[in-house]
Each structure stands twice: as structure tokens, then as C-alpha cells.
Design a protein around this ligand. Structure first.
Ligand code: BG6
Length: 471
């Protein structure tokens, strides 16, 4: 049976995310036959004709598609692209959507997905436009992160959203949940008997979720200035990954079962206290276009948080992320407790290298490694840290693999909520964030290319950051 035709209305179609991920991703979904009869209506505040938007999309694909052969099909795909300015009003939007939907084969009503790749402040007016254009019924809507900027605004956004869309229609996206490597945490934990018995406070000393980026802010400085690292990365991606790492086994893989367990983690999280947070700002940030000369926006954040339940009470979770840092990495590192008693004398190598670790690498080529002590060959009894590495798969190289955004767009089009966040979960995350948002510690300057301000070491003492890896 042929797939139903699909119309994607993409708000923020000339923004950074659309260029880097959404337009190349839609081309790939179409090309791989997952969305075969698709039309894309791009909309943004930029002045584009249909032709110039096609040109914009072509450049985006050429520059950002991870599959270099996709460009050859772009000309055919371009016939499926339309454009309307987002301030042209509801009638103009409705007219362009109708034009795009003319000529779908068969009599089936097309599926419609509105993708709001816009900042939180703009989301409300887009929702109202959709309602006024009569495009909300029988459609689905994808909301980009951050969902609101604090508890009050998230509650308000949910309330307004629910006036127009039912919860069933809403897909709050967090692309980290679409990464193969993040999903692999669930497979690893719950498909094996080996690790789950030690996956708790009796055996785990602490957990680090560390996502340093070398990337700067390029064209996004004014968006970022109003957002900062905590809202951009922590309250969204890092807490979602934390939930996969910490949750109890769900009763099934059904969306509701997974969401229930994730939300239980969020409910057990203790408020984020300013004294457990280091905020930083890279030298030169204040000179960027769109950034205030006295800006207090953090481009770096490291924090310690706790999950106050039977499994995790007292185990610190250290989170770190920031821009213009020394390396681009995305790791979750589980540090196991040291044995209760060691017969290995000081100097034999044990404490120099810290505890055993299990590390998930969330990069596109997802990997895992387990590090532990073994005997160094030769006389005496000296220890070395050894490491076993497992490469999952080359997730962008294999034909079946989808990038995170592709997978999530495909799921949203089909109405599968499994990998999306819910209003309860998000509101709870803003609630625990409130002490930090109300009373943020000062931003500390850091050098571009470093690992952040010096205070990060005190935050994790007596342990140390797992990154950079020993070479
Ligand atoms: C986005 C943030 O959601 O995630 C960016 O807005 C960040 O600031 C990006 O760079 C990181 O995603 P990925 O998939 O490249 O790790």
C-alpha cells in the first residue's frame, strides 16, 4: 500500500536548524522512500520567492548533508518545495498549503505536520496563525526546544497550545532522544542481564554526562543570547539522556511506559542549587553581533545534581556542556565504586587512574568502552588501566540508519510519541531549575579552546572529569 501523502509546513525554514538538519533530513526521508509523496511549505520572516527558497535549500543540502550523493536528486525534490513569508497572514499560508497539496495522487487526505523551528517567544504567534488559517485540525505539530524559558512560560505555552491542539497532536522534540547511541542505552541496560544488577548506588560512585563542543555560535548569537547553555542543552538534551541512564525498567517499549519511567526520574530529581553550578562565558562572546556588551548569558555550564530515590540517593550526576571548548565529545561515563579493600600497594597504579568506568559515546559513530585494571606484564605487580571498546555501528554510513532529526520527523509524521517529551516532564524540569534561574551564579570567563572555568575541578572533587581521555 502506498504511504499517504504528507505536507510539512516548516516554520523557521531559513534558520540555522533548517539549514543544517531539517532540509537535508527531509530530502533524505523522501529519497529513501520513507516519505515518498511529500510537499514542504517553508515559511520564515526572510524575503524569499519560491525560487530563491529552493536555491537556499539547495545550498543547505550541499553544505550540510552527511550523504554526499544526495545532491543529485535535489532538482527533483525542489519541485516539492514552496515558500510563504510567515508575516503574510493566515490566508496566505492557507493558500500556499492548498497550492502545495494540489495534485497529490489518490483521494486520501494528506497527513500534515507543522514543524515549529522557532524560538519560544515566536511559538505562540505561530500557533495562533495555524488556528486562524484553519490548519490545526487533523494535523500534528512539532515544537522545538527549549519549550518555554522557565516554569511560568512553559505552563503558559502548554495552555495556549492545548487551546488549539490536543496532546495527541503535539510532539515536543528533543533530538538527543533520536540518536542511535542514546537509544542504545536502553538496549544495553534492559536487553542484558549483566549490567542492570550493578546499576545503582551500591556499585556506582557517580555519573558524568559531558557534552563539550568546539562549535561557536556562528549565525545563532542573538538566539543564544536569549537562551544560554542551560536552556539550550541541559534542561533539554542532557536531562533527557540522564533519564535514560537512570530510569527503572519500563513495563514495555510503548510510549506511555517509557514516558512514565522518565517522568518518575524527573519527579525524584532534587532542585538544581546555584552553589552546585559553574557558569562560564568564553572570551570574545560579548563582541559577537546580537550579544549585549555586558551580557551575563552563559556559554558554558557544569553542574552537580541528585536523584533522590532508592536507586540513586547520594550518587552525584555531573553534567557539563559549553561552546568553544577544547574538544567536541558527547559522553556518558559511569564510574564504578572502588573495591572495598585493595591489596595493591600505593604506587602500583590503582588510584592514579581512578575507578573503573563504563563510557557511552553518543557521537554519530556510537561506541562504548569499559575500562578496568589489569596486570602490567613483567616482574612485580604493577597495574595498568585497560580498555575494551565496542563500536556499535556506523550510524550515518549504513543505509538503514537515520540521523536523529530524520528519525524523529518520521516518527512524528506517523504519530509515534515514544521518543518525544511530555508537558508533565518538561514542567517538572523547569520546576527543579527554578532555584538556579532565580539566582544564577556569576558567569566566569574562560579561554576559547579550554575545558571551561577553573571552578569545574572543585565541583567534581575529590573525583575528576573523565575528559579529556588519556591518550
Ligand atoms: C542543539 C543546540 O539542540 O544541539 C546546539 O541548540 C547544539 O547549541 C546541538 O550545538 C548539539 O547537537 P548535536 O546533535 O550536534 O550533538
Amino acid at each position: 500500500m502506498a504511504e499517504r501523502p504528507t505536507t510539512i509546513v516548516l516554520f523557521g525554514a531559513t534558520g540555522d536548524l533548517a539549514r543544517r538538519k531539517l532540509l537535508p533530513g527531509l530530502l533524505h526521508l523522501w529519497r529513501s522512500g520513507l516519505l515518498n509523496d511529500v510537499r514542504v511549505v517553508g515559511t520564515s520572516l526572510e524575503d524569499h520567492s519560491r525560487e530563491s527558497f529552493v536555491e537556499f535549500a539547495g545550498k543547505a543540502v550541499e553544505e550540510f548533508s552527511s550523504r554526499k550523493d544526495e545532491m543529485k536528486d535535489f532538482i527533483e525534490f525542489a519541485e516539492r518545495l514552496y515558500f510563504v513569508r510567515s508575516d503574510a497572514g493566515p490566508d496566505a499560508l492557507r493558500a500556499v498549503v492548498a497550492e502545495a497539496e494540489e495534485g497529490y495522487e489518490g483521494n486520501e487526505r494528506p497527513r500534515r505536520l507543522h514543524y515549529l523551528s522557532v524560538p519560544p517567544k515566536a511559538a505562540l504567534s505561530v500557533i495562533q496563525t495555524l488556528a486562524a488559517a484553519d490548519l490545526a485540525a487533523n494535523s500534528r505539530v512539532v515544537m522545538e526546544k527549549p519549550f518555554g524559558t522557565d516554569l511560568v512560560s512553559a505552563v503558559e505555552l502548554n495552555r495556549k497550545l492545548h487551546e488549539v491542539f490536543s496532546e495527541e497532536q503535539i510532539f515536543r522534540i528533543d533530538h538527543f532522544l533520536g540518536k542511535e547511541a542514546a537509544l542504545n542505552i536502553l538496549a544495553f541496560r534492559f536487553a542484558n542481564g549483566l549490567f542492570e544488577p550493578i546499576w545503582h548506588r551500591n556499585h556506582i560512585d557517580h555519573v558524568q554526562i559531558d557534552v563539550p563542543e568546539t562549535l561557536g555560535l556562528e549565525t545563532r548569537a542573538s538566539f543564544y543570547e536569549a537562551t544560554g547553555a542551560y536552556r539550550d542543552m541541559v534542561v533539554t538534551h542532557l536531562f533527557q539522556v540522564l533519564a535514560f541512564t537512570a530510569m527503572e525498567p519500563p513495563t514495555s517499549l510503548e510510549p506511555q511506559a517509557i514516558t512514565e519511567e522518565k517522568n518518575k526520574v524527573f519527579r525524584s530529581m532534587m532542585p538544581i542549587m546555584p552553589e552546585n553550578v559553574v557558569r562560564g562565558q568564553f572570551h570574545g562572546y560579548r563582541d559577537l553581533d546580537g550579544v549585549a556588551p555586558e551580557s551575563e548569558t552563559e556559554t558554558f555550564i557544569a553542574l552537580k545534581c541528585f536523584i533522590d530515590n532508592w536507586r540513586w540517593a547520594g550518587v552525584p550526576f555531573y553534567l557539563r556542556t559549553g561552546k568553544r571548548l577544547a574538544e567536541g565529545q558527547r559522553i556518558i561515563s559511569i564510574a564504578f565504586k572502588e573495591p572495598p579493600k585493595s591489596m595493591f600497594p600505593a604506587g602500583s597504579g590503582v588510584s592514579q587512574h581512578g575507578p573503573d568506568h563504563l563510557t557511552f559515546d553518543l557521537a554519530d559513530k556510537s561506541r562504548m568502552s569499559l575500562s578496568f585494571y589489569g596486570k602490567r606484564p613483567g616482574t612485580g605487580f604493577r597495574l595498568d588501566k585497560l580498555s575494551m571498546q565496542f563500536a556499535m555501528q556506523d550510524s550515518t554510513g549504513s543505509a538503514a540508519a537515520l540521523e536523529a532529526y530524520e528519525r524523529l520527523i518520521y516518527d512524528a509524521v506517523r504519530g509515534d510519541h515514544t521518543l518525544f517529551t511530555t508537558s508533565d516532564g518538561i514542567e517538572r524540569l523547569w520546576e527543579i531549575s527554578q532555584p538556579l534561574l532565580d539566582n544564577p551564579p556569576p558567569v566566569r570567563p574562560y579561554t576559547q579552546g579550554s575545558w571551561g572555568p577553573n571552578q569545574i575541578h572543585q565541583l567534581v572533587a575529590p573525583t575528576a572529569w573523565r575528559l579529556p581521555f588519556e591518550r
